[in-house]
Design a protein around this ligand. Sequence first.
Ligand code: FAD
Length: 286
Amino acid sequence: MEILENEELGKHSTFKIGGPAKYYAIPSSVDEVKEAIEYAKDKNLPYLIIGKGSNILFHDRGYDGVVIEIGSKMQIIERIDDLNIRAEAGTSLSALSNYAANASLAGLEFAAGIPGTVGGGVTMNAGAYGGEIVDCIQSATVLDKDGNVRVLQVNELDLSYRSSIIQKEDYIVLDATFQLIPGDENDIRATMRDYNGRRRDKQPLEYASAGSTFKRPKDNFAGKLIEDAGLKGYSVGDAQVSEKHCGFVVNKGNATYSDVKAVIEHVQKVVKEQFDVELETEVKIV
Ligand SMILES: Cc1cc2nc3c(=O)[nH]c(=O)nc-3n(C[C@H](O)[C@H](O)[C@H](O)COP(=O)(O)OP(=O)(O)OC[C@H]3O[C@@H](n4cnc5c(N)ncnc54)[C@H](O)[C@@H]3O)c2cc1C
């Protein structure tokens, strides 16, 4: 497997921020994932698994270890029977939704516009427009810390709002199987178009970002609290609370890690002071 050196992480993050990873591996199989981990262990370095980097803020200093992308080289999707589809962890969620639509299978329409991978989606229990991974996943194959490949059923994945056993146990998602329901391709595609249209209307897709920066606090919305706190458009350098959707911190051009971090911390402080609500980041800060 080719392992790149000093690979700029900004190229692998939808925020377009991040310095070089000392090593960057793109495995194409389970064996190569294991090989990349061994490589890190041999060099006494930490490793970090990423998918499409659509929920990560990398540091400008980069990552002094091995970044392992389970993405572009692990994208096989297969229909395993009438209602079940299995996808390798690097498959994009939009490709998975499209595959299901082509097969006239409903249940994954919500994922059509989420710019991550199946692996990242399972890890984050990604969701939108009333749907979540937990609603349609049947099982996932994972690699545990001892190097064992295990199949976890949906109840064992411990999926809840933006949380999963994958995060708690540092499992690595290798593939996932989804159980869908028969549907009409035209209806499925109409729903996908509707959701994507709503995204374009509401979200600042013209700027680099990592989607919603903060988790939804109990009985409230992060974007609303931030707007009510008067923070719409608040910026440090090129990092800004989006004027279109206050739940997004966007990179207007050359924002650095520190700019984004400063905006996040200011927002957290002001929202806490004004509303006594602790905003927790949804974005993973590396
Ligand atoms: C414009 C925009 C819109 C978005 N809209 C939504 C939305 O509607 N709903 C939503 O839920 N999210 C949304 N997101 C956030 C993001 O797309 C999701 O969290 C997505 O699931 C992350 O997938 P990824 O492959 O990019 O993961 P990454 O960002 O690469 O990683 C996210 C986390 O998962 C871990 N991880 C990734 N792959 C694996 C794997 N194979 N095994 C183990 N751990 C892994 C990483 O270590 C990291 O902790 C949006 C982001 C953007 C930029």
